[in-house]
Design a protein around this ligand. Structure first.
Ligand SMILES: CC(C)(COP(=O)(O)OP(=O)(O)OC[C@H]1O[C@@H](n2cnc3c(N)ncnc32)[C@H](O)[C@@H]1OP(=O)(O)O)[C@@H](O)C(=O)NCCC(=O)NCCS
Length: 205
């Protein structure tokens, strides 16, 4: 495990993933205020809530030595969201665990950025952090995020789906799907989505 002060920077063809800066807070607040981005979250965030989330993300890096990276789009270095790893703070049948997650500025959706960043984060999680396994979860209605999980080679067993303990009974987002990827099953050379395309492709809305 890396030390708490670790300043890892990950780079892909189009993305730079790094620790957070104060200057990220304004574009992060705009991202979190966008109803398109927050459609499958309980709701858009105020500036205060967004800043508090950024502070929690930085504290997570201090506590665990890894976290949700701020993502810059190259070559301009514009802030485009976050991607990375986090340890869920609620209890469920699959916790404790490390989750891979993402949130991207809507104008940049559909360009493969979450998948590109996700691949590099998985490599980092397994090869550098030497984690045994990752999970990812999202509201059952969030097919876009599930598509990213599938493209990354994660697998879904409906028997593991769960009701999110932080959402009240009857809430439309309460039902969540769980995806997993174990290091032993991970194939870094696997072409994107080759194992899953066509097998459970969600329909477009
Ligand atoms: C989920 C999210 C990170 C995806 O980012 P992205 O960079 O657009 O993802 P990618 O381009 O790598 O892949 C998106 C895939 O979803 C597919 N997709 C888009 N809309 C879809 C829909 N309504 N249903 C099913 N698939 C859909 C795209 O076609 C693409 O798959 P393809 O490459 O096979 O065509 C982005 O939409 C986002 O930030 N959403 C809001 C935050 C969020 O939901 N985060 C996850 C919460 S746990």
């Amino acid at each position: 495990m890396l030390g708490a002060g670790d300043m890892t920077v990950l780079k892909t063809e189009r993305l730079l993933l790094r620790r957070w800066r104060d200057s990220d807070r304004e574009p992060f607040a705009m991202l979190n205020a966008d109803p398109r981005v927050m459609e499958f979250m309980p709701g858009p965030l105020t500036r205060e809530e967004s800043d508090a989330l950024a502070a929690r993300i930085e504290s997570h890096f201090e506590q665990y030595g890894f976290g949700l990276f701020a993502a810059e789009l190259l070559p301009d270095h514009a802030f485009v969201g976050f991607m990375g790893l986090s340890v869920p703070t609620f209890q469920a049948h699959f916790t404790p665990c490390v989750e891979i997650g993402w949130r991207i500025v809507a104008d940049h959706w559909g360009q493969g950025l979450a998948t590109e960043g996700g691949q590099e984060i998985i490599r980092y999680a397994f090869e550098v952090l030497e984690l045994e396994a990752l999970v990812s979860f999202t509201a059952a209605v969030n097919l876009r995020s599930q598509r990213v999980m599938e493209k990354l080679g994660m697998t879904h067993d409906p028997a593991e789906d769960f009701d999110h303990p932080r959402l009240p009974e009857g809430h439309p987002l309460r039902r969540h799907v769980l995806y997993r990827l174990r290091r032993a099953e991970w194939n870094p050379a696997r072409p994107l989505a080759s194992a899953t395309l066509g097998s459970r492709r969600p329909s477009r809305d």
